[in-house]
Design a protein around this ligand. Structure first.
Ligand code: NAD
Length: 254
């Protein structure tokens, strides 16, 4: 309620080093469905989970073909940032935002104007492909053009290996350098603001525990319950496109 909101505002106003952790929920108002929310990809179609499993992707051509069809049609190519993303750009102007750790792959924080050097993409980016054999990375556009021209499972142009978007599927490890950077951010912040994540995907969710045990306060802004609500100093439930601008509006530069 109103008291939780005031508490969250006080914490933001008093913080010196803020880290924001975002999930799919900050982008639903931009037309990109999350996984586990009420209109989530998996909530509507539990079978879609297989497309995000690295073993299924490697072993089943059919899964890769479904994945490429979904990539061509991904709403992320047309999506525009919403007021939740813009609020975080405003927060950066306060000078107190150290970084945005995002589980999103849609690039909308950068598109909104957040400093790319402060955005840590834990789960990679949908704008590049990676070869699962030779690790060659390139712009996603090449592969999508091939799919649009009729190729159902475009191979790596260098070695013929299996191509995938440069995102982390279940069963794949995160880039250790990226994860280390996020851990340092979690340890040294004094306030961790979580926005739009169910906090059920690891190791991302574990960063919240790390921040708490390092003495940071946590504010959770999410439409549904998370496993870290009890550890949070304030929990705000409203739509992020309203909650984040309201919350951040009160933070003044030092
Ligand atoms: P999730 O689907 O597990 O959780 C999203 C949470 O956001 C839900 O709890 C939901 O209640 C909440 N939510 C949705 N819309 C909201 C709104 N408008 N206001 C307030 N709350 C809202 O997503 P996650 O925790 O990010 O983890 C899922 C994985 O999905 C991540 O690994 C991520 O890489 C991937 N993913 C990314 C995108 C993207 O890039 N936009 C989209 C779907 C999934």
């Amino acid at each position: 309620g109103a008291e939780e909101f005031q508490q969250a505002r006080r914490l933001l106003a008093g913080a010196c080093r803020i880290v924001v952790m975002t999930g799919a929920g900050v982008s639903t108002e931009s037309g990109i469905p999350d996984f586990r929310g009420p209109n989530g990809v998996w909530t509507r179609d539990p079978g879609a989970e297989r497309r995000f499993d690295i073993h299924a992707y490697l072993n089943e051509r059919q899964v890769r073909e479904q994945s490429w069809r979904a990539r061509v049609d991904h709403p992320g190519w047309q999506a525009e940032p919403n007021p939740a993303h813009t609020a975080l750009v405003d927060l950066e102007r306060s000078g107190k935002l150290s970084s945005i750790i995002t589980q999103n792959i849609d690039g909308l924080h950068q598109k909104a104007g957040s400093d790319p050097a402060r955005v840590i993409e834990l789960h990679g980016t949908m704008f590049e492909t990676v070869c699962l054999n030779c690790s060659d990375r390139r712009d996603m556009r090449h592969a999508l053009d091939q799919v649009r021209a009729g190729e159902t499972d475009p191979p790596c142009e260098l070695c013929g290996g299996i191509l995938k978007s440069a995102t982390i599927s279940f069963g794949q490890s995160l880039d250790p350098r990226v994860l280390d950077k996020a851990r340092v951010e979690a340890v040294f912040c004094d306030l961790l603001l979580v926005a739009g994540s169910s906090l059920t995907v690891h190791p991302a969710a574990g960063l919240v525990g790390l921040a708490v045990s390092s003495g940071a306060s946590v504010v959770v802004c999410n439409g549904s319950e998370t496993p870290y609500d009890d550890a949070a100093a304030a929990v705000l439930r409203g739509p992020l496109g309203e909650v984040l601008p309201d919350l951040v509006g009160g933070v003044r530069p030092d």
